[in-house]
Design a protein around this ligand. Structure first.
Ligand SMILES: [Fe+2]
Length: 353
C-alpha cells in the first residue's frame, strides 16, 4: 500500500471521527472512511496495523466529537465492522426488514492443506457466487487444516515426521483463498468465516508460545483479512442479519466447552437452541426442523464438507463417517431460515468446472 493512500485513509478516518463516527461505533469511523474512499481493499484493523508498521501513521482517535443529536438509524446499505479485539473482526449487518430476503452462500469445512494441492473446488464456489450473486458468503470454519500445529504431530512421532511446515500450510491456504477470489471475478460480496477447531490449533499453539506471533509473516487471520474476509472466534455465533434470527458457528459448544457430537448432534443443538443454527464440523449435511410448544419451529442446518468429492481425511478412513461433499444456498426471510438448497460437489463441478 502506498504512503499517499495510507495518508488518505488516515485523514478520512480522522474526518469521520470529527463528524461523530466512533472508533468502534455502528458504523465505525474505519468502516465509514472505507465506504467513502471506496478503495479496492476493505479497510479494517489489520489495514491500520500495516499502515502503522509501514509508515508509523495512525489516526488521532481523540478527534472524535459526539454528534449534537443522534437518530440511532444505521443506513441499511452499510455492514459495519466492530473490532472486538486486535485479533478478531466481527462484521454485523444491521437488522433488515422482517420480510427482507437474504441469500447466503454457505460453505462448510474446506480442510485446505498442502496434502490436497487441487484447489479447484474453491474456484467453482467463487464462480457460483459470481453467477448467483448472494448477499453474503459464509465459510463455517476449518478452512485451514493446519497440520503443522496439530498437537497430534509432536516431534518424535510418525505424525510429526509427516506434518507440513507452517509456511507450507500458509502457502496452501493462500492458494485456496485466492482460487475463490479468482472465481468470484470481482463480484463484491461480504465474506465471513466462523473459525473452527482447526484454526483454533493455531490459537492454542500461540497461547503456549506467544513470542512466536511476531515471527509469523502469514497467519489464517492475515490470509483472510488481506482478502476482505471478516472472521469470528471458534465457538462464537455469528448472526449475519441483526438480532438473533439465525446463528452461524463452526460447531456449538456444550456446557463442558466441547463440541456437541455423536450421531445425532443436531438433536441436542435443536433442543437447546432458541434460534436457527447453521453449523459444520461433522461433515454430514442435513436440514432438520425442531417444532416447539409455542408453534415456533427452530431449524438446524449442517453444511456437510467442502473437501474434494470423496476425499476422506486419514483419521476417518475405514470408519462409518457418512461425509458428503457440497455447499448450501440458504435463503433467510426476516433473518430466519426459509430455504436451504444443497448443491453437491459433482453438480458444482459440472456447472463451473
Ligand atoms: Fe471441525
Amino acid at each position: 500500500m502506498s504512503e499517499s493512500l495510507s495518508r488518505r485513509i488516515i485523514e478520512e478516518i480522522e474526518q469521520c471521527l470529527v463528524e461523530g463516527y466512533q472508533r468502534r461505533g455502528l458504523p465505525s469511523a474505519i468502516e465509514e472512511a472505507g465506504r467513502r474512499l471506496n478503495p479496492t481493499r476493505r479497510i479494517n484493523a489489520h489495514t491500520l496495523n500495516r499502515i502503522r508498521e509501514l509508515y508509523s501513521l495512525a489516526p488521532d482517535w481523540s478527534l472524535y466529537k459526539p454528534p449534537a443529536e443522534t437518530t440511532g438509524v444505521v443506513p441499511a446499505s452499510v455492514a459495519p465492522v466492530i473490532v472486538v479485539n486486535p485479533t478478531y473482526n466481527v462484521s454485523r449487518a444491521p437488522a433488515r426488514g422482517a420480510k427482507t430476503k437474504t441469500l447466503i452462500a454457505a460453505i462448510g469445512d474446506v480442510h485446505d492443506g498442502p496434502s490436497i494441492p487441487d484447489k479447484s473446488r474453491l474456484l467453482w464456489a467463487g464462480r457460483l457466487v459470481k453467477d448467483i450473486k448472494p448477499d453474503i458468503v459464509i465459510q463455517d470454519g476449518d478452512y485451514f487444516t493446519l497440520d503443522s500445529v496439530s498437537r497430534f504431530a509432536a516431534p518424535g512421532t510418525l505424525e510429526g515426521k509427516e506434518a507440513p511446515f507452517w509456511k507450507d500450510d500458509m502457502a496452501s491456504g493462500k492458494e485456496a483463498v485466492n482460487a475463490f477470489e479468482e472465481g468470484r471475478g470481482g463480484y463484491e460480496v461480504d465474506k465471513h468465516c466462523c473459525l473452527g477447531n482447526h484454526e483454533d490449533r493455531y490459537a492454542s499453539q500461540i497461547g503456549r508460545q506467544p513470542w512466536a506471533l511476531d515471527a509469523l509473516k502469514d497467519t489464517p487471520h492475515t490470509i483472510l483479512g488481506d482478502r476482505g474476509w471478516t472472521y469470528s472466534p471458534y465457538g462464537e455465533f455469528y448472526f449475519p442479519v441483526g438480532g438473533r434470527g439465525t446463528g452461524f458457528v463452526h460447531v456449538p459448544l456444550n456446557r463442558m466447552g466441547k463440541p456437541f457430537g455423536g450421531k445425532f448432534a443436531e438433536n441436542q443443538i435443536g433442543n437447546e437452541s432458541t434460534f436457527d443454527v447453521v453449523f459444520g464440523h461433522t461433515h454430514r449435511p442435513l436440514v432438520k426442523p425442531f417444532p416447539k410448544l409455542n408453534n415456533e419451529i427452530i431449524k438446524v442446518v449442517n453444511l456437510g464438507c467442502f473437501l474434494p468429492d470423496g476425499h476422506v481425511e486419514p483419521y476417518a478412513r475405514h470408519t462409518l463417517h457418512g461425509w458428503e461433499y457440497g455447499m448450501y444456498m440458504i435463503t433467510l426471510l426476516g433473518g430466519r431460515i426459509s430455504k436451504a438448497d444443497w448443491i453437491p460437489m459433482a453438480e458444482l463441478e459440472e456447472r463451473y468446472g
